[in-house]
Design a binder for this molecule. Structure first.
Ligand code: GLN
Length: 304
């Protein structure tokens, strides 16, 4: 498959079309990004990368990092994790509070904010140094020791983090947060603040296309069964109340972030990352979804 030619063609087509949507402004630092940035990088499990546009510029990966926190928690804590967070799609916005009341503080899944906050708390129980260990984990999986938390993005989000503060307190009232809420939120905002380029992201998530092993090595991040489950959770929950539509249009497990990034995995073949900051009303990158839809349509290759 000539991925370079395909990416160039669909990139130009999507770029020529309209760019609807709005950059996320509720986090002040995210509002400063150029809304017309657009990049894509696809890396195969043979570690060949194909890129077009702003594929080397770093952006805030935001909720995409929730998948990596989940992987670290699942690897180190195992199935007891599912006592504290479910694996059902929520059908609600990423920052919704509504289901928590009737679900007694058990978030529907680990990829909505409520669920990721519980994962942070679980990781803090695993180790008081979870924040540093998580960065080590991301660097190891990405094969990139230079990755960092962005303090100014984390602080920017903290300055307006009213909803996430409400979530962590509400969940704690049900007994499903075991650490001080400030500590949990500090970790949560830090993990959302990590910056990567499309090229770095497509390499970082490649193990999920490779049965859980770091490509080119024998290092197992997750076993094949765990990898299947993470991909299943991304497929059903990775796009909040648009997960069904993303499956329908694109047909790959993936995860979006309000920074405008999307990462998607084709098990056995490749990982692709796309970035375009304008978001549709569901909080997912408008051009990102369009490009990935064009990719699986042109290649006639998805998981279905
Ligand atoms: N969907 C997202 O990327 C949301 C993450 C963001 N840090 C928040 O909690 O609001």
């Amino acid at each position: 498959m000539d991925y370079q030619a395909i990416l160039e063609q669909i990139y130009q087509t999507v770029k020529a079309g309209e760019n609807q949507g709005r950059v996320a402004t509720y986090i002040p630092e995210l509002a400063r990004v150029n809304p017309d940035r657009f990049g894509v990088c696809l890396t195969t499990i043979g570690q060949q990368s194909y890129a077009v546009g702003d594929s080397q510029e770093r952006f805030s990966i935001q909720s995409i990092a929730k998948v990596l926190a989940l992987c670290m928690a699942y690897k180190n804590i195992g199935n007891t994790l599912w006592k504290r967070v479910g694996v059902e799609p929520s059908g609600t916005a990423f920052n919704s509070l509504v289901q928590l009341e009737s679900d007694a503080g058990i978030p529907r899944n680990p990829l909505i904010n409520a669920g990721a906050i519980v994962i942070c708390d679980a990781l803090l129980s695993y180790s008081p140094n979870a924040k540093r260990l998580f960065l080590d984990f991301v660097r190891m999986v990405a094969g990139n020791p230079q990755l960092e938390y962005s303090q100014h993005i984390a602080e920017s989000e903290k300055s307006v983090g009213y909803r996430n503060t409400a979530l962590v307190n509400f969940i704690k009232s049900f007994g499903n947060i075991h650490h001080p809420t400030e500590e949990v939120l500090d970790f949560y905002f830090a993990l959302c603040s990590i910056e990567m380029s499309c090229e770095e992201l497509s390499r970082c998530f490649l193990f999920l296309a490779n049965q859980g092993k770091l490509p080119g090595t024998e290092t197992e991040i997750l076993n094949p069964s765990q990898t299947k489950r993470i991909n299943a959770i991304m497929q059903t929950c990775g796009f909040y109340d648009e997960a069904g539509e993303f499956a329908y249009k694109v047909g790959l497990p993936g995860k979006s972030g309000v920074g405008g990034g999307i990462v998607a995995v084709r098990p056995g073949r490749y990982c692709v990352a796309v970035w375009s900051p304008r978001l549709n009303p569901k909080g997912n990158s408008y051009r990102g979804v369009a490009l990935l839809e064009a990719l699986t349509t042109t290649t006639q290759d998805s998981i279905f």
